[in-house]
Design a protein around this ligand. Structure first.
Ligand code: HEM
Length: 119
């Protein structure tokens, strides 16, 4: 079987800076990502940036061509109702506080306490 040398890149610190987003990088981890990288038609700048993240080299015969691992599945969130309640509260709480402040202001405006303060 023919083998060649593959550069290994640690992209953990580059994930959030990658102009193509972190999901495509994640999808290309743990395998030979040469075709993924070249299919995009990355610029020379991308090639230069890449060098900074190179940490090692491995023999290609030891690397799977495709992902062998199954990414963790997101757990089903059965409590969708509480999201709805939180969204409603995000509107209701500020409106209630504004209403309360307005009522207090009006009450003070009409009360004798206010006249006492002015005099
Ligand atoms: C360390 C490895 C990588 C580096 C340093 C890198 C760097 C970059 C840079 C600088 C750009 C901006 C466009 C350009 O200058 O070419 C870019 C765009 C992009 N990259 Fe990467 N990249 C890496 C790996 C990958 C891989 C493995 C994939 C795909 C699986 C990928 C997919 C993309 C995509 C989809 C875009 C957006 C292209 C567009 O909007 O036209 N990149 N990358």
């Amino acid at each position: 079987m023919q083998s060649w040398s593959l550069q290994v890149y640690d992209v953990i610190r580059f994930m959030d800076k990658h102009p193509g987003g972190n999901e495509v990088l994640l999808a290309a981890t743990g395998k030979d990502a040469t075709n993924d990288f070249e299919d995009i038609g990355h610029s020379a700048l991308a090639g230069d940036t890449m060098i900074m993240h190179c940490i090692s080299e491995v023999d290609s015969s030891t690397v799977p061509a495709k992902h062998n691992s199954v990414p963790p599945q997101q757990t089903y969130n059965a409590d969708k109702g509480s999201d709805f309640v939180i969204k409603i509260l995000q509107f209701l709480v500020p409106i209630s506080i504004s209403g309360l402040a307005f009522t207090v202001q009006q009450t003070l405006h009409q009360s004798r306490f206010r006249h006492f303060l002015i005099l």
